[in-house]
Design a protein around this ligand. Sequence first.
Ligand SMILES: [Zn+2]
Length: 110
Amino acid sequence: MEEARLGNLRLVCECGENALETQLVWKGIKVRAWKCRKCGEELINPVDAQRALEIDRARKNRELTVKLRRVGKSAVITMPQVLKEIYHIKEGRKVEWNVEGEDKFSISVI
Ligand SMILES: [Zn+2]
């Protein structure tokens, strides 16, 4: 099934009420989902669920842990292959560092 079609899909819950598109955090990752406004039943977008499972597996296998390396005078970190593949991130994309605290940074692909 194509992602674009899933995005437009209207779901009717087992209880008969329409489920509304929403966002959830599952396994620590933001995923698209539908939530029934009557009974609260939640269904995660299967494409996002698959991605979250792959990321969760990679995290457990320590594939998301990389070593800070030195190239010339710069400190370099590498993007884990699994993230590059899942999110189709190509060389040449710009990324931006976000500082969240003394020992916590995040990177936005822009
Ligand atoms: Zn329902």
